[in-house]
Design a protein around this ligand. Structure first.
Ligand code: ZN
Length: 448
């Protein structure tokens, strides 16, 4: 019976000897801002369902804290927690001059983004690949003097909702892959975040916007096909955070800092509040304990931490840009300095299910029709580097968290081959008559 094992071995060698991927694989990373993990549950989403069938779906993914747009997108691009990559807020600020800049203007403040951590575009280009980005937060900045070789950012007062423009942008990105042979592109859509804020995550408007996202996912895959990319393009679709309904109008006792006894904005040198459920405060010299004691325990749904007390799991303390007092509210609540109006918000604890984004992936690197458990979004970066065949920078993710989504690659096959070969020889020596029975399922296990 040993000859059967030898034949299997020969067959295996011929399979394993062939290069697994003849053409270098490409990666398209897409973010639909604020697409919560369960948004496909109350809307028909045929294209997202088809993508899950043709590829991989995660139950949900966990973003880093603070769950707001620029910091969490920079985690997707770097694999680092926010305290480690330093883009700690959507807003650039200067505590000395008390200047602040809103989200859009902050996209152009180079030193806010370029503070030691390299996004994947730069790493890929330094290793001989070509990278591009369309509208992804961080695109407009340079990093150690380098930029993504093809890039485009949205103009001010941009309409993030126009479906026709979404399709035009899709064709543009596919054209960059085909005509300029880019290896990696990050591609950003500003919805359903805007609709979720304005109307709330349970609104009919949000459900309509999810249908628009779904149609666009269908368009993206069709466009990839038409551009001849399907054979070597991997598409990863995810988001930066979820969305949660805000309670007010007498439904709950709102958190309003200006009404808390013993607290005064006059005791602060600088603050960032009226920004959803999160806030940061810089007390004047000598006022830290007074401010802290006034706020701590002042409202049952307000969490107040000195920077050094922040729960380690949030990874939001060890950075000079983070202010000495950090505030966050429970789901349903926002922290009003004075007043806010959004019906939906994010920025809550990343353990809150409403903050979890969705995740889909399809392409030659991924298994088909596979649903996987949740993982943290820091792990998407090492996954992308692995598919692209580049050496990642230092990061907080682990390939182990996601590699079960991948079809066996050449490195894994080599290990599997060694193990299987030893097993074949072992079986061949000691259990001839059991070789076929035992070996067949094991072989399948090794090479699936
Ligand atoms: Zn966002």
């Amino acid at each position: 019976m040993l000859w059967i094992a030898s034949l299997w071995l020969l067959w295996a060698s011929s399979i394993l000897g062939a290069p697994v991927n003849k053409q270098r694989q490409k990666v398209l990373l897409i973010s639909f801002d604020g697409f919560r993990w369960d948004y496909d549950r109350d809307v028909d989403t045929p294209n997202l369902d088809k993508m899950a069938k043709d590829g991989v779906k995660a139950l949900y993914v966990t973003p880093p804290y603070l769950t707001i747009t620029s910091p969490t997108h920079f985690t997707l691009l770097t694999g680092r927690y926010i305290e480690n990559h330093g883009v700690i807020h959507n807003m650039w600020f200067n505590t000395t001059t008390t200047e602040k800049m809103p989200y859009y203007q902050t996209l152009f403040v180079n030193e806010w983004w370029d503070n030691g951590t390299l996004p994947i575009w730069i790493t890929a280009q330094r290793q001989g690949l070509k990278a591009g980005s369309l509208h992804f937060p961080g695109t407009a900045s340079s990093y150690q003097g380098q930029v993504a070789m093809v890039r485009e950012w949205e103009p001010p007062l941009y309409n993030y909702k126009n479906e026709t423009v979404w399709q035009e942008n899709t064709d543009k990105v596919m054209g960059w892959f085909r005509d300029q042979d880019l290896d990696f592109i990050s591609f950003y859509f500003g919805e359903p975040d805007g609709t979720g804020h304005r109307h709330g995550p349970d609104s009919p408007e949000r459900r309509e916007m999810v249908k628009q996202v779904d149609r666009t996912v269908g368009y993206i895959r069709q466009s990839a096909e038409q551009h001849g990319l399907s054979g070597h393009l991997n598409i990863i679709i995810t988001a930066d955070h979820g969305m949660s309904t805000v309670y007010r109008n007498g439904l709950v006792e709102e958190i309003t800092l200006s009404k808390i006894p013993g607290f005064s904005f006059r005791d602060l040198s600088f603050h960032l509040v009226d920004y959803g459920p999160s806030g940061m405060l810089l007390p004047k010299p000598g006022m830290l304990e007074k401010v802290y004691n006034a706020l701590k325990g002042a409202h049952p749904h307000l969490h107040v931490f000195k920077k050094e007390e922040m729960p380690e799991r949030l990874h939001f303390a060890k950075n000079d840009r983070i202010l000495p007092i950090i505030l966050f509210a429970d789901p349903g609540y926002v922290i009003n300095g004075v007043l806010q109006f959004n019906k939906g918000e994010h920025g809550f604890d990343n353990e809150d299910m409403d903050m979890k984004p969705f995740f889909r992936a399809v392409g030659p690197a991924f298994h088909k029709n596979l649903e996987v458990g949740p993982f943290e979004t820091v792990n998407i970066y090492p996954l992308m580097c692995h598919i692209l065949g580049i050496q990642p920078e230092v990061n907080d993710g682990h390939l182990n968290a996601t590699k079960h989504m991948l079809v066996t690659n050449s490195a894994l096959v080599a290990v599997g081959f060694t193990v299987c070969k030893n097993q074949i020889l072992f079986l061949g020596k000691y259990q001839h008559q059991h070789i076929v029975n035992v070996f067949s399922p094991y072989f399948l296990f090794c090479f699936r």
